[in-house]
Design a protein around this ligand. Structure first.
Ligand SMILES: Nc1ncnc2c1ncn2[C@@H]1O[C@H](COP(=O)(O)OP(=O)(O)OP(=O)(O)O)[C@@H](O)[C@H]1O
Ligand SMILES: [Zn+2]
Length: 722
């Protein structure tokens, strides 16, 4: 009892949010079904099926709605996956052939052409033949289309949505035919079919944009054998731990770590970063990158189903499935809209003959026109079509956004808060000077400091250890290390208590800097981070470090300013150093912040409006989560993608401004779409009721809006960062 299986199908033919809603509502009502999820981009339907549910029932229901359906996962276990020659079992995409779709659903294009031919034929005929003969031709065209749309309307009504766009269309077409407007009836159904066709083309385009990423995977990988030879295998067959040879000019077939060789990799297909990056032993590389002129040997670190490209694709698919607030509003709106419109149409038919003395033919005619104008199709697709294009356009340029909601919010930000280390700066501090206290030596200071820093993951620790190693020192082992986050590290080294930390920490410990105090001030004003090394709370020396600002930090901040955003740097570094670095980049600084202070600072900035927090996702996850939108930058892709709402895959500060303008371009597109969809209808509603325009303009207003909205959304696919 109570054990449900998760079952997944591939559903073909869904082109818009309305389709998703149809499928969801239709299967939700079936017995034994729960937790229904439909993903438009991935063309997937997943649900929990318990003992009372049957997969056939689900498939029948979906086929009745006119979509193709095939089981992907959760079927009774098929044969075990084949074992590869090397004895591992390898992941493989198992998928059976799609089941038959009803002819009238697969043949969307055929149906549209047939209708077009019939309608045009009827018009041609009407030039020479009397109306009495062409009338049946128009009726036939109407019938050809009403049958499939009507069947779908009936299936939907049975599945619990009696007021669908299909119902609206069929009522309008049949009504028009009944009152003798067969021409109009035929054109209504023809244009409706054209609109549907266009929608599916648009959905296919957005989908293709994402699938193009999958095409970055090469067909073959060269797997190294223990004897040094290579086997050509499909990248999907690579296992974690396999060794792979990547020749100059090849595409990298897997996410991996370089074991041997150095090269320059062009990662632009994945990250949008066009400058090749130098990579050598121990560096991580991602599938899809193009190898420069060095041969490299890679250790596979992720399977094909799980590599960066696969994750990006999955992420974007999920992103398009998650709805933006605007979209949710419109969906709620259109759920009431359709039945409301039908009631209004009915009132227009029934009341005026009594109240205003219209004759029945006029009121029927105008009522039908109202029905047509009321079709919410354009409105329903206005937001998701633009969002899908925006998300897809961004993903192709290394700008990942986790959903419509985040995409919508990024553009509304007033302030951008940057983490300093690793985000505005390179994140690779280097020791630039060591100033020993009187009577101490440089080597002594460095060796003891390095002893205390051993095992610390702090960037400053790594720099001090590297400097000690460069001077050939072997630091005495430290014991009992403890980190005081945002302040210092303390340990017992060679029997003495050594601390390495901020000047503030040294002051709190009661250390006196003496003559070195002026050096400290000077170094900080130059933008150096100064670590104070104490021995039993007395001054041992100063270590000055410098973390270079990223080359494009200044441009990135300037680009944000040009978009009207204020940038602020948050840092745990001391005030003077922070101010010096911030001044060189051109933004405000908030310094000497302990980790909790950073959260508080974001809260304070959020009082002035939405705040975007940009970090590397490593130490700043809480801050990324606290801000309105968290953007992770560069390298630490994995962590970043999990904690942040959006990510800039290339290591570029300018990517933040690109995300802001992508968000604004997308929202502008959304607003244009909504305005077109509602505006056209409002105008024609008024003119129809006033009797100025008839069925014809009503038909064009409806399909015309759908076409305009779709084309406008497609325009966004070509978005390029400025
Ligand atoms: N392990 C350590 N070794 C030396 N100094 C440290 C250490 N940990 C903290 N500090 C001192 O505390 C300060 C703040 O550290 P914190 O880790 O909060 O900031 P950060 O990561 O260096 O910089 P940012 O906040 O800009 O990313 C450092 O500038 C340094 O002076
Ligand atoms: Zn649709």
């Amino acid at each position: 009892m109570g054990t449900a299986t998760r079952v997944t199908w591939r559903v073909e033919g869904m082109d818009c949010a309305a389709c998703v809603a149809k499928v969801t509502r239709a299967v939700e009502r079936l017995p034994g079904v729960s937790a229904v999820e439909v993903n438009l981009m991935a063309e997937r339907l997943s649900l929990d099926l318990d003992a009372g549910g049957r997969t056939e029932a689900v498939e029948t229901q979906i086929a009745a709605l006119g979509y193709g359906v095939s089981l992907v996962d959760g079927a009774p276990p098929a044969a075990a996956p084949p074992l590869a020659a090397d004895g591992h079992s390898h992941p493989r995409d198992t998928q059976d052939a799609p089941r038959m779709r009803p002819w009238w659903a697969t043949g969307k294009a055929t149906l549209t052409w047939l209708l077009g031919a019939l309608v045009i034929g009827a018009y041609a005929a009407s030039l020479v033949l009397p109306d009495s003969l062409t009338y049946p031709l128009f009726l036939a065209a109407t019938a050809v289309a009403v049958v499939p749309f009507g069947r779908r309307a009936i299936a939907l009504a049975r599945a619990g949505s009696p007021f669908s766009i299909e119902t609206l269309m069929c009522t309008a077409a049949i009504g028009a035919a009944v009152i003798g407007a067969a021409e109009e009836a035929a054109v209504v159904v023809l244009l409706f079919a054209v609109g549907e066709l266009l929608e599916s083309v648009a959905a296919g385009r957005a989908r293709a944009g994402i699938q193009a990423l999958a095409q970055l995977m090469p067909r073959v990988a060269l797997r190294l054998r223990p004897d040094g030879g290579t086997d050509e295998v499909a990248p999907e067959w690579l296992c974690i731990g396999d060794l792979v040879l990547v020749r100059p000019g090849d595409r990298v077939p897997c996410d991996g770590m370089i074991e041997e060789g150095t090269t320059a990799l062009d990662e632009s297909p994945v990250t949008g970063e066009s400058v090749p990056v130098a990579r050598g032993r121990g560096d991580a590389v991602m599938a899809g990158a193009i190898n420069g002129d060095g041969a490299i040997r890679l250790r596979v670190t992720r399977t094909a189903a799980d590599n960066t490209i696969a994750r990006i694709i999955r992420l974007v698919e999920e992103a398009t499935a998650s709805r933006a607030p605007t979209q949710r509003f419109i969906e709620r709106f259109s759920r009431w809209w359709t039945p409301g419109a039908m009631i209004v149409a009915l009132l227009v038919i029934v009341i005026p003959p009594f109240a205003l003395g219209w004759d029945w033919a006029t009121s029927l005619y105008r009522g039908l026109a109202v029905l047509l104008i009321a079709c919410p199709c354009a409105l329903v697709i206005s937001v998701p079509a633009a969002m899908a294009s925006g998300l897809s356009a961004g993903a192709r340029r290394g700008l990942l956004v986790k959903g419509g909601a985040a995409l919508e919010r990024i553009g509304t930000a007033r302030t951008v808060a940057f983490d300093k280390t690793g985000t505005l700066s390179e994140g690779r501090p280097r020791v630039t000077a060591v100033l020993p206290a009187p009577g101490r030596s440089v080597d002594e200071v460095l060796a003891l400091a390095a002893g205390a820093e051993q095992g610390s993951a702090h960037p400053l620790a790594k720099a001090i250890l590297a400097a000690a190693a460069e001077r050939g020192l072997s630091p005495p082992p430290g014991r009992g290390q403890s980190a005081l986050p945002g302040k210092a590290v303390v340990a017992t080294v060679a029997g003495r208590r050594i601390s390495v930390g901020s000047p503030r920490h040294a002051a709190e410990a009661g250390a006196v800097l003496g003559d070195l105090a002026t050096d400290l001030t000077r170094l900080e004003a130059e933008g150096r981070t100064v670590a104070v090394v104490l021995i039993d709370n007395a001054l041992l020396g100063l270590v000055a470090l410098r973390d270079e600002p990223r080359a494009d930090a200044q441009d990135g901040v300037a680009a944000l300013a040009a978009l009207g955003l204020r940038s602020v740097m948050l840092t745990g570094d001391n005030a003077r150093t922070g101010a010096a670095i911030a001044a060189s980049i051109g933004l405000e600084a908030r310094a000497e912040l302990l980790p909790d202070d950073k959260l508080r600072e974001i809260g304070r900035l959020m009082q002035d409006g939405a705040v975007v927090m940009v970090g590397d996702g490593i130490n700043d996850a809480p801050a990324l989560a606290a801000a309105t939108v968290g953007i992770a930058m560069g390298g630490g892709t994995d962590v970043a993608l999990e904690t942040a709402d959006a990510a800039v895959l290339k290591d570029r500060v300018t990517g933040v401004a690109e995300l802001v303008s992508l968000s604004r371009a997308t929202m502008a597109n959304v607003h244009q779409n909504v305005a077109v969809a509602i505006g056209l209808k409002a105008v024609f509603l008024a003119t129809t009721l006033a009797g100025i325009t008839g069925l014809w303009p009503a038909i064009l207003a409806d399909t015309g809006a759908t076409v305009l909205v779709t084309l406008n959304a497609l325009r966004l696919l070509r978005w390029v960062p400025r």
